[in-house]
Unconditional design. Structure first.
Length: 474
């Protein structure tokens, strides 16, 4: 039920790994040594389901401040010999983001750690971006020799420097260094080369282009598919078909959609789905359910269907939703997004079936959870509570909280209170709008959120919407 590196949701470690509000509350109530051990484990071994979009850094940084935690474990992790071998951002990204927030809270040790790592660490770009937002000019200028030494003064080093300057997420350090006479000439040349590369890339042709007929576009969609299987050329081909195909080409398109090569068939399905052609639903069903269809064709057929906005697509979803296969899952998602109140039984059945068969982290749950809230399915509340507790995705948990706000009368005094401490700002915003204020903990947390300069503006706006401009005096 759980990923190997995710602890059970009822444990302190499991709560902190998921970024749940109860993780903070339990950590503050636990023995300090136990809480810090779980916190360090969560920060150093990133257990997020999608580390690029799920938020944990501010959540963990706040807890470090509340527990007065030291940074010794973080320092050992950053400067471990593994840093020379495992250079992926996911190993140190969360740790560096936590240090960035701690530096913003005024923790000088965190700023010094970031400077040291930016000078010698493999993920130095991330550390430099954190410092660009939080360090002073003198601190950043002091890093210039160590950073620029990474780029030898050779044609290869200069080319790599130009690419790095061009793609820098935070340009402030590079601009400061460019103003220094010691580095200005080299960085000016790198900046000029980066601009030239960007201009040249816009003019450079990107490979073969299709001819201007339906047959040529479909042939191009299939061309070189075997040696380049990851290239979804059928999507570009579908856009080309919208420019070249006319009513007289419909028969040819239908033939290709029934039995053409996979890539051409996928392009036709997307094209006809975008046009709302009446025959496309049967073609999608045939492609998605044929046991001889390859995985790319099935995925393309379902994607084409899920993009449809027509009444006919919703009507067909009512026929397909009870199917136990992927077509049934796509149909249930369609009803969750676009169905009416009469579709609540189908959406609820799909939600229960997905949780039972695929667990609390299934991708299909996102649309179904949103649909349960949109349709106000009160009977879904027990399943939504289960998902809220068990899922390892903080984004899915936030969606479950939003659905509970629409379906569970006890949400305001229950999960909404916990959500005030959640790791996701959208979930905290939801809680700020719904949490019952009869509990002193709620009032105190709302006061903190309103006064914390690191808090998202949307959350503070939600607090002010309930309590007026002087929200810090709630």
């Amino acid at each position: 039920m759980f990923d190997p590196d995710i602890a059970p949701s009822g444990t302190l470690l499991g709560l902190l790994q998921r970024g749940r509000g109860d993780g903070t509350l339990h950590a503050l109530a636990a023995p300090r040594a136990e809480a810090l051990a779980a916190l360090n484990d969560s920060v150093l071994c990133d257990a997020r389901r999608d580390w690029q979009v799920e938020n944990r850094s501010l959540y963990y940084a706040r807890l470090y401040m509340q527990l007065d935690g030291g940074l010794e474990e973080i320092e050992r992790h950053l400067f471990h010999p593994d840093d020379l071998i495992d250079t992926g951002e996911e190993r140190t990204g969360l740790t560096l983001s936590v240090l960035g927030h701690l530096a913003a809270y005024g923790k000088d040790a965190a700023r010094l750690l970031l400077r040291s790592y930016a000078a010698v660490g493999s993920n130095w770009r991330w550390a430099l971006d954190e410092l660009a937002l939080r360090d002073d000019d003198a601190g950043l200028i002091g890093l210039a020799p160590a950073v620029l030494a990474r780029f030898p003064e050779t044609p290869e080093g200069d080319a790599l420097l130009a690419t790095t300057v061009r793609d820098a997420f935070e340009p402030r350090p590079w601009r400061l260094w460019a103003e220094d006479a010691r580095y200005g000439a080299r960085l000016a040349a790198a900046d000029e080369q980066g601009s030239f590369d960007r201009w040249q890339r816009q003019l450079r042709p990107r490979g073969p282009r299709p001819g201007w007929s339906v047959a040529e576009v479909l042939e191009w969609a299939q061309h070189e598919l075997e040696p380049r299987p990851g290239e979804h050329r059928y999507l570009a081909a579908a856009r080309c078909l919208s420019a070249v195909a006319g009513p007289e080409d419909r028969a040819e398109l239908l033939r290709a959609g029934r039995g053409g090569p996979d890539a051409a068939r996928a392009a036709v399905l997307h094209h006809l789905a975008e046009r709302g052609d009446g025959a496309v639903l049967d073609l999608i069903e045939a492609a998605a359910t044929d046991p001889l269809s390859g995985e790319p064709l099935v995925a393309a057929a379902l994607s084409a269907y899920e993009r449809m906005r027509s009444v006919a697509a919703v009507e067909r979803a009512r026929t397909w939703a009870a199917r136990p296969d992927r077509l049934g899952a796509s149909a249930a998602a369609m009803l969750a997004r676009r169905g009416a109140r009469r579709d609540t039984d189908l959406v609820l059945a799909a939600l229960r079936r997905t949780v039972r068969e695929e667990g609390p982290d299934a991708c299909a749950l996102w649309a179904l959870v949103d649909g349960a809230g949109r349709l106000g399915i009160a009977c879904a509340a027990p399943v939504l509570r289960h998902l809220y507790r068990e899922t390892s995705s903080s984004h899915l948990r936030g969606r479950a909280a939003a659905a509970l706000a629409a379906t569970d009368p006890g949400f305001a005094a229950g999960f909404a209170v916990e959500c005030l401490w959640d790791c996701e700002e959208t979930t905290r915003e939801l809680a700020a709008r719904h949490a019952a204020t009869g509990d002193d903990r709620v009032v105190e947390q709302l006061r903190r959120l309103a006064a914390d300069p690191a808090e998202e503006a949307e959350v503070q706006t939600a607090v002010r919407a309930r309590f007026g401009p002087d929200a810090s005096a709630v």
